[in-house]
Design a protein around this ligand. Structure first.
Ligand SMILES: Cc1ncc(COP(=O)(O)O)c(C=O)c1O
Length: 432
């Protein structure tokens, strides 16, 4: 039996002070552990697959700063490239060769992208892509899916998945009705519902945006034919198909979900991995559409720090590391082992559970499933997940603090890390 009495005095002290300084004590809501209960731990440093908190406890990390750390935290090659780049300054606000290098890498990797624009977050990428969808089609309405998150811009805060679900808010106050009146929603994996929306709104729908594999309502994969069906429907109705690959890009395959499933959207948003741990987002697509972006075209979008040399450097180095032979085979192998092991441990200890993985992304729901959409995901026993999460944390395993988040592995996770995680999970699950 592992000793579960970890000391968290410093974490508690810092987090208590933080609550007087920042709303909820955090810079982003899910970090406050509201949906799993208990106090968050306060990080001191991260390295490879591990976190150390301010009290000196060590954890195996399956959050990876919410996706970017696919090569492991503070990879020596990324850090050394950043040191070199730092000497040349932190921001140019002017063209730099590094932007060309990362742009070429993204264009070569992602099937739908012929031109790309760099921004500073996934939220920004999704906001910009929405403006572009509307400008290109001269239509206003969009279709999104229940449980999919596309950042916190007003127009997307309708049935927006984890962050909002975690707080139990159906929507956010402060979002004007006018901002979401053109946002239509359908259940994920429900082609008939999408068809009906297209019929009811003929010639008014600019496009369909989705997470091609959902990570913000827990981990949910597209049913056979769903992505193909969306591609056909959007073609048929003169609408654009947009894959939000902020989470899946360079994670479930080097070319993202579109490479994995062989479906090419018109536009794609990226973030997380392409910044290698620094703030980056990007959007791209067919040249004909991207040429509408200012200053090539009339659609305005700009950013003081966009394309900054540090973020470009971390992104380039991260993608180089991912190009090494065997990288995705390794991610697939360890993640399958982890996802299968967790599910088996849950079932053998008598819990209703389902789950799965795709390359370096995985999930486990406390419901017998199957989970095809957000409504199915909501049948999960979130109170049990909270107890599971706390038990894992106390034994040195850091999982995303919400039932409605996917988990992430990295090249730095070892087979021993995975074995240890499964063994600890079995112990915690037996005690629930
Ligand atoms: C699919 C998806 N889109 C957009 C975003 C927003 O990205 P950011 O948090 O960088 O603004 C996220 C963040 O988790 C995401 O998972």
């Amino acid at each position: 039996m592992v000793n579960t009495t970890i000391k968290t005095a410093k974490s508690q002290e810092i987090f208590a002070a933080a609550q007087n300084l920042m709303p909820g004590g955090v810079s982003s809501p899910v970090r406050a552990f509201k949906s799993v209960g208990g106090q968050p731990i306060v990080f001191d440093r991260v390295k490879d697959a591990y976190i150390w908190d301010v009290d000196g406890n060590k954890y195996i990390d399956y959050v990876g700063t919410w996706g970017p750390a696919i090569c492991g935290h503070a990879h020596p090659e990324v850090i050394s490239a950043l040191h070199e780049a730092l000497e040349k300054g932190t921001s140019f606000g002017a063209p730099s060769y590094l932007e060309n290098v990362l742009a070429e890498m993204v264009i070569a990797a992602v099937p739908s992208i012929e031109m790309v624009r760099f921004v500073n977050s996934g939220t920004e990428a999704c906001m910009a892509v929405l403006r572009l969808m509307r400008a290109f089609t001269n239509r206003e309405k969009i279709i999104k899916f229940e449980g999919c998150y596309h950042g916190h811009a007003d127009m997307f805060l309708v049935k927006a998945g984890s962050g909002v679900a975690t707080l139990g808010l159906p929507d956010s106050p402060g979002v004007p009705k006018s901002a979401t009146s053109s946002t239509l929603t359908a259940p994920y994996n429900d082609l008939e519902a999408v068809k009906a929306l297209f019929e009811e709104n003929r010639d008014q729908i600019a496009g369909v945006i989705l997470e091609p594999v959902v990570g913000n309502a827990g981990f949910i994969t597209p049913d056979a034919g769903f992505l193909e069906g969306l591609r056909e429907l959007t073609h048929e109705h003169g609408a654009l198909l947009v894959f939000d690959e902020v989470m899946t890009g360079f994670r479930i395959a080097y070319g993202g979900a579109q490479e994995k499933f062989g479906i090419t959207p018109d536009l794609t948003t990226l973030g997380k991995v392409i910044g290698g741990g620094l703030p980056v987002g990007a959007y791209g697509g067919r040249r004909e559409i991207m040429s509408l972006i200012a200053p090539a075209g009339p659609v305005y979008q700009a950013g003081t720090l966009s394309g900054n040399p540090l973020a470009m450097t971390a992104g380039i180095k991260t993608l180089e590391l991912l190009q090494k032979p065997g990288a995705y085979e390794y991610l697939e192998r360890i993640t399958k082992k982890l996802a299968d092991g967790l599910l088996q441990a849950a079932q053998e200890t008598g819990h209703a559970a389902c789950g799965g993985h795709l390359s370096a992304m995985f999930g486990l729901f406390f419901t017998s499933g199957p989970v095809h959409n957000y409504e199915d995901a909501k049948k999960s026993d979130t109170a049990k997940f909270g107890r599971f999460h706390r038990g894992m944390l106390e034994r040195g395993i850091y999982l995303a603090p919400s039932q409605y988040e996917a988990g992430f592995t990295s090249l730095a996770h070892t087979e021993e890390d995975i074995d240890q995680t499964i063994a600890i999970a079995r112990e915690v699950l037996s005690s629930l």
